[in-house]
Write a protein that binds this ligand. Structure first.
Ligand code: WTA
Length: 566
C-alpha cells in the first residue's frame, strides 16, 4: 500500500487542511520550517533517529541525528542573531553540499531570516546579480569560494558579513569572519522566531527570457505542500533511506532535499560529489537507499553505461524512483524498468510552484513519456496562448496553466512585482511551458514557451549569457540559444559577431567559453560558439533567437515578417 492510496479517492474532497492537521498546525499559529524539520521531529520522539548521512568525494562520511539538526541549527541561528542579523534579512548559502549548507538552511529559517541558496559553482557575475538584487546581508561560504566574493565586495555595500565555515589559513579580510560549526558552543535552546504562514522563507533565483534572473520568494506555509507531496509522491515512510541528487542551489534540493524528507522525519543521504555511475551505484548499495529522486540527464548518463553495470551492484533496496527537471523520455522509463525493475515516476514543477504540481503518483498507471496528472489540490489545464481559455479538445498543444492558491506557490518575484503579475492571465498562473492533455487527463510536455535554455535540468537565461558575452573585449553582439544534446537535452550555443579588428579563431573560441564559465558557471558556458557577421534582428533591434533556434533544431522558422535583415 502506498501513502497516497487511491489517487481517485484523494481527488474527491481534497483539502490542504489534511496536511495542516498531520503537522499539528492551526490557522494563525506560528509556522517555521526550521522548527518543523528538527524540533518537531524530536518532539515526536525521533531525536536519536538519523537525519543526515553525508558523504563526500573522498568517501569521508558524517552522520547527524534529528537531535543534532535541532541543536546545530539552533547554534547557527543564535550565531547569526549575535552578528546583528535580523528577521527578514536575506542570508545567502554559497556552499558545496556540506552539512553546514543543510543545517545552515534550517538555522537561517529559525532566526527568521530569508534563506538564499546559490550554487557554489557560480562565478562572480552570477553571484553579483543575485546578491545585488536581493540586497543580501550575509553570505555563508567556504574558504575556496571567498575569492569570488572578494572580487565583487566593493559593489555590494549592503553585504555586511561573509561567514567562512573553514577559516583556517591566511588571515581573513574585510567583512569576513570565521565560524566553525563543530567548534561553536552548542545551543540547546533557541527561541525560534515566530514566523507565520506568510512570512518569507526562501528566495530562489530562476532565469527567464528577458532581464536578469528573478528571485522567486516563498513563505513558511509552503511546508504544507512540500510535506504532503514528499509523502504522497515520493512516498516517503519512516524507515526509508532517501536520496535526492539535487543541489540546494536548485529548488529541488531545498523543497525535496531538505524540507520534504525532514518534515516527514525521514533519513536522507547527501553525496557531495559529482556524477559517476560507479559512485552512485555504490552509494545506493552501501546505504541501502530505498527512494531515489533524480533527473533525466543523470538517467540518460546511467543508460549510456548500460544495464550490465547496474547488475554489478546490489540495488535491490530501491523501491521507488522519481525524476524532475526536464522531459523524461519514454525510453528512460522503459530502461529503468529493465535496469532496476522499477519505473521512474516523472514529476513536473518549477521554482515558482515550490512543490510538485503534475506527476505520476505511485500506483497510477504510468504512460511512458507523459508527466502524469495534477497532484490533488492542484487545478491544472492547458490554455489557448491567445485567449488563455482552457482548451477543450485533447491532443491540442497549449500552455500549462494552474489555478493559483496552493500553499507553496511563490508570493512574488523579489523586487519585481510587475513581472510576477505578468505571469497571471485570465485567473490562471501561466507556467511558460507547452503541453497537451490526453483523454485520461495525462499531461504530455512539448517544450518551453520562451527562450530559456534547459541544460541538464537547469534553466539558464539567454540574457544573462549574452550580457556576460558583451563584457568580452572582442564581442560586438551575441545571441545564446539551446542546441539539441543527446544527454543534457540542450546545451548552450552562442552566436557571436566580433568587433572590428578581431578575427574568429580556435583560441578566441576557447577564450570566450572560459570567460563565461568563470563569470557565470560551467552550465552557462557555451559548448559551441559560431562566429557570424550579424545576428537576425527585428526592426526594433531585438535579436530573434527564435530564428537561430529553428535553424539549429531544423524546425520551421515561423513568422519572420518583423525580421530586419532578411
Ligand atoms: C522544466 C525545477 C518536462 C519546465 C523543479 C519547467 C520539466 C522548468 C519537468 C522549471 C518535467 C521541470 N518534464 N519539463 N517533469 N520538470 N521541467 O524552475 O520547463 O528549475 O518550467 O524547477 O523545468 O525549472 P525550475
Amino acid at each position: 500500500m502506498t501513502n497516497i492510496g487511491s489517487y481517485a479517492d484523494r481527488l474527491t474532497n481534497f483539502d490542504w487542511s489534511l496536511a495542516e492537521r498531520e503537522l499539528g498546525y492551526r490557522k494563525g499559529d506560528p509556522i517555521n520550517i526550521g522548527w518543523y524539520c528538527s524540533d518537531r521531529i524530536c518532539q515526536l520522539g525521533m531525536a536519536e533517529k538519523k537525519a543526515l548521512i553525508w558523504e563526500d568525494f573522498h568517501g569521508t562520511s558524517k552522520t547527524y541525528t534529528f537531535g543534532d539538526l535541532r541543536v546545530l541549527s539552533n547554534t547557527i541561528a543564535s550565531y547569526l542573531t549575535g552578528l546583528g542579523l535580523a528577521p527578514g534579512d536575506r542570508i545567502c548559502l554559497f556552499l558545496d553540499r556540506v552539512p553546514e549548507l543543510y543545517i545552515g538552511f534550517l538555522g537561517i529559517l529559525k532566526m527568521g531570516g530569508i534563506a538564499q541558496p546559490l550554487f557554489s559553482a557560480f562565478g562572480e557575475d552570477s553571484l553579483f546579480t543575485r546578491l545585488d538584487n536581493a540586497k543580501t546581508a550575509a553570505v555563508i561560504t567556504q574558504r575556496k569560494h571567498v575569492a569570488k566574493i572578494r572580487k565583487i565586495l566593493q559593489q555590494l555595500p549592503e553585504l555586511r558579513h561573509i561567514i567562512v565555515i573553514d577559516p583556517d589559513g591566511p588571515p581573513l579580510r574585510e567583512r569576513e569572519i570565521g565560524f566553525r560549526l563543530d567548534q561553536a558552543p552548542r545551543v540547546e535552546n533557541f527561541a525560534v522566531h515566530p514566523t507565520t504562514a506568510e512570512s518569507p522563507s526562501v528566495l530562489h533565483y530562476t532565469s527567464g527570457t528577458t532581464g536578469q534572473p528573478k528571485g522567486a520568494q516563498h513563505v513558511h506555509y509552503s511546508l504544507i505542500s512540500q510535506y504532503l507531496t514528499a509523502k504522497w509522491v515520493l512516498d516517503l515512510r519512516p524507515d526509508d533511506l532517501y536520496w535526492c541528487n539535487a543541489d540546494p542551489g536548485w529548488v529541488t534540493g531545498t523543497s525535496y532535499g531538505i524540507i520534504g524528507p525532514w518534515s516527514n522525519g525521514v533519513t536522507q543521504v547527501v553525496l557531495d560529489a559529482g556524477f559517476s555511475t560507479e559512485r552512485w551505484y555504490s552509494l545506493i548499495q552501501k546505504h541501502r537507499i530505498t527512494v531515489w529522486y533524480s533527473a533525466p540527464t543523470a538517467i540518460r548518463l546511467l543508460m549510456r553505461e548500460g544495464t550490465a553495470v547496474a547488475r554489478k551492484y546490489n540495488l535491490s533496496s530501491l523501491r521507488h524512483l522519481c525524476s524532475v527537471g526536464e522531459p523524461l523520455n519514454a525510453e528512460a522509463v522503459l530502461w529503468s524498468k529493465e535496469a532496476y525493475g522499477l519505473q521512474f515516476h516523472d514529476t513536473y514543477w518549477q521554482t515558482e510552484t515550490g512543490s510538485i504540481v503534475i506527476t505520476n503518483v505511485p500506483g497510477m498507471p504510468i504512460k511512458p513519456g507523459s508527466m502524469g496528472r495534477p497532484f490533488p489540490g492542484i487545478t491544472a489545464t492547458v490554455v489557448d496562448p491567445k485567449t488563455f481559455e482552457p482548451i477543450e479538445s485533447t491532443a491540442t498543444v497549449g500552455l500549462i496553466a494552474l489555478r493559483p492558491g496552493w500553499p507553496s506557490m511563490f508570493r512574488t518575484y523579489w523586487n519585481n512585482r510587475v513581472t510576477y503579475e505578468g505571469k497571471f492571465k485570465n485567473g490562471w498562473y501561466i507556467c511558460g511551458d507547452r503541453a497537451s492533455l490526453d483523454v485520461d487527463g495525462y499531461f504530455w510536455f512539448v517544450g518551453r514557451d520562451d527562450d530559456v535554455i534547459n541544460t541538464g535540468g537547469h534553466l539558464v537565461g539567454p540574457f544573462e549569457i549574452e550580457s556576460a558575452l558583451l563584457e568580452h573585449p572582442a564581442v560586438a553582439e551575441s545571441a545564446a540559444i539551446g542546441k539539441p544534446d543527446a544527454v543534457n537535452m540542450e546545451v548552450v550555443k552562442a552566436f557571436v559577431a566580433l568587433k572590428p579588428g578581431f578575427q574568429p579563431s580556435d583560441e578566441l573560441d576557447l577564450e570566450i567559453m572560459n570567460f563565461i564559465r568563470k563569470k557565470l558557471s560551467p552550465l552557462a558556458m557555451p559548448q559551441e560558439i559560431e562566429f557570424v557577421k550579424s545576428l537576425p534582428k527585428t526592426r526594433s533591434g531585438k535579436i530573434m533567437r527564435r530564428v537561430l533556434r529553428a535553424q539549429e533544431w531544423g524546425e520551421p522558422i515561423g513568422d519572420i515578417s518583423t525580421l530586419e535583415n532578411d
